[in-house]
Design a protein around this ligand. Structure first.
Ligand code: G
Ligand code: G
Ligand code: MN
Length: 420
């Protein structure tokens, strides 16, 4: 069957009354992988098979067009939403079947976006909106479908804007990006001897943007490595400055998945620490439990080597993900950071008290230290002390502050709190 491209289709009489259709954008999730792994001729056969199957399924209820490689646009005749949703669900299921060609077996999934046009919509905008819905669905997990909404469009616009501005900041020598440091209280030594470095971004036009917003975007758009290395260098220089003033802090650095997965990860970190002439024992890397179990053996070796050099590896946001027990036993770590979701209730909820006290016991048994984050009240602090938690971080001690304030804070703290 010969499927027309959208470009041909636009000229065809079918698209004249676009408001009579619902527009579906379908993207085969792993088309690049298929082409690269099985070769383009197999890829082409797969696409042709896929297109034919799609035309069969859609049948008289619509028209299928080719778009770019691995992309199709389907115009469904307007119908009840439930019926169209059913049809799309069927297409998704059918897209997720094994395709056999020669000796190859190919398993693919597709992502779909849906837009219902108005009569005055232009074809390019229509396809773009269906595409945007598809793209948003894909970022939330492949093999899904999503209807276009204005809020999806807003989200994408904001993401595009932040990506553009962040790229500009990086090009302008990291303009507007800066670090703050949150003190960490050492329960055994009864002093502040660590801090967590946290990235901040103040954009001239957009103002202060939360890392909870810009870090996931930097990760998705491939900007996080640059940011990550900039941050490490900046932290190391700061440590040197503080050392000169007689303040020897260990600094915790948050590491993103792409950074730790990088082939030269260990080498680069080692080199940078050497270059700046810093003691490895002044560095801690925080890696979330969800991300640590995705690492391969080589990365585990890298982390173990860093630990042997004196670097601390903390399992960040512990308990918030889904693989806690496994990550505890199998990962190269030295410390577990209990997530704020438990600390929030530790002074009130008996179950959480039982859970956290036994986690602390278990983690100590495995030979790691325990740190609690998000400690805001004395009652929470007291409970954690009672259970033998090693380190405390949270607003109860202090908020994240700049590199000058933290020096004053620690001096003041040590003068007034011989013991809390
Ligand atoms: O500081 P704040 O609570 O606003 O941070 C929000 C989130 O952003 C937290 O989960 C924190 O771990 C993350 N974050 C802050 N700074 C960095 C950083 O330098 N690198 C990475 N990967 N994440 C960071
Ligand atoms: O996920 P991660 O551990 O990197 O997150 C650290 C973030 O948590 C910091 O950005 C900091 O702003 C925030 N944070 C630290 N202590 C507290 C606290 O006591 N209360 C609240 N609400 N946030 C905190
Ligand atoms: Mn952290």
């Amino acid at each position: 069957m010969d499927i027309k491209s959208v470009q041909e289709g636009v000229k065809s009489p079918f698209i004249e009354n676009i408001e009579e259709y619902v527009v579906v954008f379908l993207d085969i999730d792993n088309i690049r992988y298929i082409n690269d792994t099985f070769g383009h001729s197999i890829g082409d056969k797969f696409l042709s098979m896929f297109g034919n199957r799609l035309s069969q399924i859609v049948g008289e209820e619509g028209i299928v067009f080719k778009y770019n490689d691995g992309e199709f646009v389907i115009l469904f005749h307007k119908n009840e939403k439930e019926l169209i949703d059913k049809k799309i669900q069927f297409i998704l299921n059918e897209s997720n079947k094994v395709f056999k060609e020669e000796d190859y077996e190919i398993l693919s999934t597709a992502s779909i976006g849906v837009y219902t046009p108005n009569s005055n919509d232009k074809i390019d905008d229509i396809i773009k909106k269906a595409y945007i819905a598809m793209y948003q669905g894909k970022t939330e997990g492949k093999g899904n479908y999503k209807h276009f909404t204005n809020s999806i469009e807003e989200k994408i616009k904001r993401k595009t804007l932040l990506t553009k501005e962040l790229t500009k900041s990086i090009e302008r020598n990291y303009e507007g990006l800066y670090l703050i440091y949150q003190p960490i209280y050492n329960v055994v030594e009864k002093k502040i001897d660590e801090a967590e470095a946290l990235m901040r971004w103040k954009n001239q036009e957009l103002g202060e943007i939360s890392p909870a917003e810009f870090i996931p975007i930097a990760e998705e758009m491939g900007l996080i490595r640059k940011l990550g290395y900039w941050l490490i260098k900046k932290v190391l220089r700061q440590i040197k400055e503080w050392n000169k003033e007689g303040l020897n802090l260990k600094i915790a650095i948050n590491i993103s998945p792409q950074q730790v997965a990088e082939k030269d990860f260990l080498k680069k970190i080692k080199e940078t620490i050497h270059e700046e002439d810093i003691d490895f024992r002044q560095i801690k890397l925080e890696i979330t439990e969800t991300q640590i179990l995705k690492l391969d053996e080589q990365r585990f070796k890298d982390l173990t080597e860093l630990i042997n050099l004196g670097v601390d590896i903390a399992l960040d946001d512990f308990g918030e993900g889904y693989s806690s027990i496994k990550s505890l036993v199998f990962s190269p770590i030295t410390e577990v950071k209990i997530d704020k979701i438990f600390i929030d209730y530790i002074h009130q909820d008996e179950k959480i008290q039982k859970l956290i006290s036994s986690i602390i016991y278990t983690v100590h048994g495995l030979g790691y230290k325990v740190i609690a984050e998000g400690v805001e009240y004395k009652e929470q602090f007291d409970k954690l002390l009672e259970y033998g938690c090693d380190k405390i971080q949270g607003y109860y001690i202090e908020r994240p502050i700049d590199e000058k304030k933290i020096v004053e804070f620690i001096k003041g703290f040590h003068n007034t709190h011989y013991a809390i």
